[in-house]
Design a protein around this ligand. Structure first.
Ligand code: ATP
Ligand code: MG
Length: 180
């Protein structure tokens, strides 16, 4: 056997993960229903209903040890809250069409801040940008101005989600959830 035939040692692959609010089936259906028209008018590429979510903290590619450290952070007990998705917007730079809350609940701001405080203590690097909670609806969207019937999303837990490549798309897998 030549040296080149030797299999490279199996290196554990990095895992791309983020903390998120993960809607149940009923909320997904409502979001899809009330945003259907605006998504189509935006001309963008829609996000499939089963992938709708609101990111709270994006961690990126983690080693097994990093993933363990992240898993050790929750629970963050800010209490359950309601998130009113009542505003449509487009991020001009990334051309992302989104729906989000006009007023961000204090509990969600608390959650994001306390989550990052705990993550920082474990060596994670905090996002420099201001937290703008939203559910991405479509990519490569044109700017649209539109009112939307609000969806009231009862949020009771925090999820840790893995992002996996899936052909030209991504597939998300909830690794764990913790009550708020
Ligand atoms: P794709 O990148 O293939 O278009 P995606 O953006 O949905 O798909 P990821 O890039 O794995 O998948 O991102 C997972 C989640 O984290 C998404 O909600 C995404 O908007 C968010 N996210 C990705 N990168 C960042 C970042 N640098 N800062 C904040 N949130 C991010
Ligand atoms: Mg991305």
């Amino acid at each position: 056997m030549s040296p080149t035939d030797e299999a490279a040692p199996e290196r554990p692959r990095d895992r791309r993960v983020f903390f998120a609010l993960w809607p149940d089936g009923a909320v997904r259906t409502q979001i899809a229903r009330v945003t259907k028209d605006v998504v189509s008018r935006s001309g963008g590429r829609p996000i499939a209903k089963d992938r709708l979510h609101a990111t709270v903290a994006f961690l990126g590619n983690l080693t097994a040890a990093g993933l363990d450290a992240a898993r050790g952070v929750p629970p963050i007990q800010v209490g359950a809250f309601e998130l009113a998705l009542d505003t449509i917007g487009v991020f001009a730079k990334t051309r992302v069409l989104w729906v989000g809350p006009r007023t961000v609940p204090a509990a969600l701001l608390d959650l994001e801040r306390r989550l990052w405080d705990a993550l920082e203590e474990r060596g994670f690097v905090r996002e420099p940008r201001i937290y703008q909670p939203h559910v991405t609806l479509a990519r490569r969207a044109r700017p649209v101005e539109e009112a939307v019937d609000g969806v009231l999303w009862p949020v009771a837990d925090l999820a840790l989600v893995e992002s996996l490549p899936d052909g030209r798309n991504v597939h998300y897998e909830v690794l764990d959830t913790w009550p708020l």
